[in-house]
Design a protein around this ligand. Structure first.
Ligand code: BES
Ligand code: ZN
Length: 648
């Protein structure tokens, strides 16, 4: 063993210095309690351990408590050189630490014990599709910290490297990560189940003109380094699962929205983003009144370039968001309510495995509606709920014949891509289930239950069964008949929608659907009453038009409402979907531009699918895709490759 060296002045040295952490004290306490032998199964620490089919790690043996991360971001080679130092607790005296990796090059492993560093032995196990390879590191009962030197490769599906032309400013490159569901392992060797949490500190070196942000607090002012580089330091004192690890690097500005909230975006986008998200503080206050204190310090939103594959991602303290919600009228801010709500459902109480995904998303959609109702009223929120129910009905219709089990809330994703379970079912059926419970028990009791749930299980994983158990104890009080009457089992473990689903009715949307009916019956577009319609009525109207519509009728709609030149991404996408089956050619160029510029998968999937169905459309879709594909994130590429039968 050799004495620890300072590691080129990076940040390992303080991290590797043994500290009397809470974990160490717990270990010492367990040692005393066990009468001298510190080695005991993990169960003794009182943690619920769930098998995770999407991870090689074995948290029941040695488990991690803290990560010290150093990242050197190199835009030229499009790689990150990393050093990940895991503080561990090895209460069961395990001889190995198993971490998840995928496509990482592991250079070296070192172990720390009582201030001394030794070379570590490691192997990379057999490669499994999707899951990658287990990194198996030999450890001693006394090992306190494990330091891994590694590098990312072109296989890092969590990373999207953007060329300057893919940004708004066009001058600098951009990098962002997307770790959910099982992609954290492609940029950090880590235990990758959502049930495992750790705190972290990080130092990130980037080219000096760029700003680095993480799902964490800023620990210090950035330091200038030689060679035109800059180092940013971050600290995350709340324990988080790996899927919430996030980093973005680009030319970024910042605007405060309130005392503890703000927005990061490229400078030219900043003003419109700050305007769009003006209600963020109000949303935070509504959340706190409803669900308990916000436990994460700051809440900022990062607006990414349009290739971001999702609408939003609830990275703690720093929601990542698509710029396609900047509609100029605040009509798409439910997304902020959603990602903010994850600060309770998901980030505080976390789905134990991806089979329990509805606990994250169904709860979050429920919370999102409560926020929207509070801020904008019941009628407005009911429009959003109705649109959600309609989308759910379509999804169920698509799945129910061949994959009825994918319409259950509790999923069984072992051996499958967790992405397969990430459908409207978790979101919207989950929401309806919770709304049904709210209606059954009344708001007062239900709200008290929700608050107790977030308090009691904060910073812990939750299984579907754990939730049902808590519901049984707190609200059902063991009443079997009531459980039967509410059809609890059918909601969670059964297909489709049980017949006690809540009634979701929006008068405003019914009027929009009626307008679609008049148009279908031959009324001209200009004669329809559309004054005061929000984005949501437009979407409902477009979805209720007959398909295909004749070209002259499409032209009539376009003339009256300027749909092809809509600046609203939701309306524009829905309009393309209406126009394509009718062969309305004026949309073709704007559609191509949209597909090349925007990488949000929710838009890409239906558009490519619809385009491929038109005469000669598959060829056209592939030609557009060939141009657009290099600008998409790997998760979008995976999906669209499948839709278009694309072989790289
Ligand atoms: N956590 C999800 C995004 C996600 C889910 C990423 C699964 C990877 C795997 C996020 O909170 C989300 O649900 N985003 C939605 C928007 C929301 C308003 C429904 C999206 O991106 O469409
Ligand atoms: Zn979500």
């Amino acid at each position: 063993m050799k004495k620890i060296r300072s590691n080129q002045g990076r940040l390992f040295y303080p991290a590797l210095r043994p500290r009397r952490s809470a974990g160490l004290l717990l270990a010492l306490w367990l040692l005393a309690a066990a009468g001298g032998c510190a080695c005991r199964p993990r169960g003794g620490a009182g943690t619920v351990l769930v098998r995770d089919p999407h991870s090689f790690s074995r948290p029941g043996e040695a488990f991690v408590t803290h990560l010290t991360l150093f990242l050197d971001v190199d835009f030229d080679s499009r790689t990150i050189k990393g050093e990940a130092s895991w503080r561990i607790q090895n209460l069961s005296c395990s001889r190995e630490l198993r971490l998840d990796t995928r496509g990482l090059t592991i250079r070296r492993v070192q172990l720390l014990e009582e201030g001394r560093v030794s070379e570590g032995h490691f192997t990379l196990g057999e490669e499994m599709p999707l899951l990658g390879q287990p990194l198996v590191i030999g450890i001693e009962p006394g090992t306190e910290e494990v330091l891994i030197e590694y590098e990312t490769t072109g296989e890092a599906d969590a990373l999207q490297w953007l060329a300057p032309r893919q940004t708004a400013g066009k001058r600098h490159p951009f990098l962002f990560t997307q770790s959910q569901a099982i992609l954290a392992r492609t940029w950090i060797p880590c235990p990758d189940p959502p049930a495992v949490r750790f705190t972290y500190t990080a130092a990130v070196e980037v080219p000096a003109p760029l700003t680095a942000v993480m799902s964490a607090g800023r620990a210090a002012k950035p330091e200038a380094l030689p060679g035109g580089r800059k180092r940013y330091r971050f600290e995350m004192p709340q324990a988080v699962p790996s899927y919430l690890m996030a980093l973005a690097v680009g030319e970024l500005g910042f605007r405060a929205l309130g005392e503890r909230s703000g927005v990061y975006a490229e400078p030219s986008v900043l003003e419109s983003a700050a305007w769009e998200f003006a209600d963020t503080e109000k949303m935070m206050r509504a959340c706190e009144e409803l669900f308990g204190p916000y436990r994460w310090g700051r809440y900022d939103i990062l607006v990414l370039p349009p290739s971001f594959p999702f609408g939003g991602m609830e990275n703690p303290r720093l929601t990542f968001a698509t710029p396609t919600i900047l509609a100029g009228d605040r009509s798409l801010v439910a997304l902020v309510a959603h990602e903010l709500a994850h600060s309770w459902s998901g980030n505080l109480v976390t789905n134990a495995t991806w089979d329990d995904f509805w606990l994250n998303e169904g709860f979050t959609v429920y919370l999102e509606h409560r926020i929207m109702e509070r801020l904008y009223g019941k009628a407005y929120d009911e429009m959003l709920a109705r649109l959600g129910l309609d989308e759910l009905s379509n999804t169920i219709e698509e799945l129910i014949e061949d994959h009825p089990e994918d319409t259950h809330l509790k999923l069984d994703l072992a051996g499958r891509d967790p992405d397969d379970g990430m459908t409207d079912v978790a979101y919207e059926k989950g929401y309806l289930f919770l709304r049904m419970l709210e209606e059954a028990f009344g708001r007062e009791r239900w709200d008290a239950f929700l608050r107790a749930y977030f308090d009691r299980f904060s910073f812990q994983p939750m299984t579907t069964e754990g939730f049902l158990g808590f519901l049984d104890r707190e609200l059902l009080e063991g009443d079997r008949e009531l459980a039967e009457k509410l059809r609890l089992h059918a909601w969670v473990y059964g297909p489709g929608l049980p017949d006690n689903l809540p009634r979701v009715r929006s008068e405003a949307l019914e009027k929009a659907a009626a307008a679609a009916g008049y148009f279908a019956a031959g009324v001209s577009a200009a004669a329809l009453k559309t004054d005061g319609w929000t984005t949501h009525e437009w979407l409902h109207f477009l979805r209720h038009l007959p398909s295909p519509l004749a070209v002259d009728r499409l032209a009539d709609l376009d003339r009256a409402f300027g749909l092809t030149s809509s600046k609203n991404s939701e309306i524009l996408c829905q309009w393309f979907l209406v126009a394509l089956p009718g062969g309305y050619s004026p949309v073709m160029e704007p559609l191509e531009r949209f597909l090349v510029r925007v990488g949000r998968r929710k838009f890409l999937s239906p558009l490519y699918r619809e385009l491929a169905k038109t005469p000669g459309g598959l060829k056209r879709a592939r030609a557009i895709y060939a141009r657009a594909r290099p600008g998409y994130h790997p998760v979008a590429i995976g999906t669209i490759d499948g839709i278009l039968g694309w072989k790289d």
